[in-house]
Ligand binder design. Structure first.
Ligand code: EPU
Length: 428
């Protein structure tokens, strides 16, 4: 429950990157030893993945709130827990990890946010080129490389984060060299490569569109710290841009934020990089702009709902084009409940800025759409109640607490069960 209209002031700390963590944790299955992984965000997708790894036979030990030790040394092949796997998108990474480790994999078809069709043909194309046969039956993806995986040249037809990461995982222990062309370049791709390299892999070129992976015999254990979450940082910048005020956002990599901050600066937000922090200030009304989402270093699709919420109160009309997902404007109907004037036509939204949104009961349709509703609530007159916040909890660590620390009038009214989204208890 949010009472809007209070500017945000103070300092906050960004957590570890969700989309790096959900790849690095499955990648720990490739390691014949103990991986100590630091800066893991406390989010429900991570909790679920850790349960899956445990269920598969890995040792999982919490060192502290954000540090885990994963011991996959004694791991043997077995089916993963179907019901848990099908709930998250990142379970697809278990295919690459298991194929790499055992030469075979059996994984439930992945779930995750619903933006229309979410195919994995490019992942499978990579595995096939490396000598694996795959089939989908009974909701499971089964892959097997009878003669072991071998290196291959894979040209991705679409720039895919998931396919790039998955093929990279399968390739680190394969025989010979794998080349991924037209690879995704997101910061979490580089983070996964750095993790694998710190465990003894030989991955070169991550962060460019050609990645070369030279197969090694074995990965050993080690310690690794996950990068800060680019999208969580972007979400806080957007929150300050909407609510006004001045906030120092700590534990960020400013370079990773440029694709987001460039647009917010165009909208009249003051942003200053200060080492591993950014200072964000918004005093004047927001100005219109046009946005087109693209793979990194373009404007990230995972910031599209948050920026659309801001554009709904900017001066003038803006065009938002979603170029990554088929159907990522479902949340617009929720914003309209708050008075926003937005017209969606396919992958384009025409946003006509109004003076003020008004508080309303709304739903979080998915993770980033939920964050957009919270931002809208912070800017609106009156009270906004955001339902289904289990979507938000999948990817933001303590969003409500962090915003309250900045002076927002926001309260978690009931606690949801991270497993199924049901209300667990009424908090206040
Ligand atoms: N695609 C294919 N075939 C494939 C794979 C992808 O056609 O085999 C298409 C998709 O349908 C989509 C585009 O390629 O149109 C990009 O998909 P990508 O594979 O890059 O997405 P993903 O790996 O499934 C990750 C993030 C998403 C983020 C996208 C794009 C994770 C767990 N998820 O998904 O994050 O939107 O990359 O950057 O890393 C989020 O954090 O809210 C989120 C949804």
């Amino acid at each position: 429950m949010i009472r809007g209209g209070k500017p945000l002031r103070g300092e906050i700390e960004v957590s570890g990157a969700k989309n790096a963590a959900v790849a690095i944790l499955p990648a720990a299955l490739l390691v014949d030893g103990v991986c100590r992984i630091e800066n893991i965000p406390q989010i429900s997708d991570v909790t679920l993945l850790l349960r899956i790894l445990k269920n598969m036979g890995a040792g999982v030990r919490a060192v502290n709130r954000n540090t885990m030790e994963i011991d996959s040394s004694g791991l043997t092949f077995g089916d993963g827990p179907y019901e848990l796997m099908r709930r998250i998108r990142a379970s697809s990474y278990l295919i690459g990890a298991m194929l790499g480790r055992f030469g075979r994999a059996k994984v439930a078809m992945p779930g995750g946010c619903d933006f229309g069709v979410r195919p994995i043909d490019q992942h499978i194309k990579g595995f096939t080129a490396m000598g694996a046969e795959t089939e989908i039956s009974g909701g499971l993806i089964c892959a097997q490389a009878r003669d072991g995986l071998h290196g291959a040249n894979v040209y991705l037809d679409i720039v895919s984060v998931g396919a790039t990461m998955n093929i990279m995982m399968a390739a680190v222990l394969a025989k010979g060299r794998t080349v991924i062309e037209n690879a995704a370049r997101e910061p979490h791709i580089v983070d996964l490569a750095n993790f694998l390299n710190s465990m003894g892999a030989d991955v070169r070129g991550a962060g460019t569109n050609v990645i070369r992976i030279y197969g090694v015999q074995k990965l050993r254990g080690g310690t690794y710290s996950i990068i800060p979450d680019q999208i969580e940082a972007g979400t806080f910048i957007a929150a300050v841009a909407g609510a006004g005020g001045e906030v120092l956002i700590k534990n960020v990599i400013p370079k990773h934020l440029e694709c987001i901050t460039a647009k917010l600066e165009e909208m009249g937000v003051y942003i200053e990089a200060r080492g591993d922090s950014v200072l964000v200030k918004r005093e004047k009304p927001l100005r219109r702009t046009n946005i087109k989402t693209m793979p990194y270093p373009g404007f990230p699709t995972d910031m599209q709902p948050q920026i659309t919420a801001l554009l709904s109160i900017a001066r003038g009309s803006s065009v938002v084009t979603e170029d990554v997902w088929d159907n990522r404007f479902k949340y617009v109907d929720e914003l309209k409940r708050m008075g926003a004037r937005i017209k969606v036509d396919g992958r384009t939204a025409l946003v006509e800025g109004i003076d003020k949104l008004s508080g309303a009961p709304v739903k979080a349709c998915d993770l980033r759409a939920g964050a957009a509703m919270v931002i809208a609530g912070l800017c609106a007159c009156g009270v906004t109640v955001v339902e289904d916040i289990h979507h938000i909890e999948r990817g933001y660590e303590n969003l409500v607490g962090k915003l309250r620390g900045l002076g927002a009038d926001i309260l978690e009214v009931s606690e949801t069960d991270p497993e199924d989204g049901d209300i667990k208890q009424v908090v206040g």
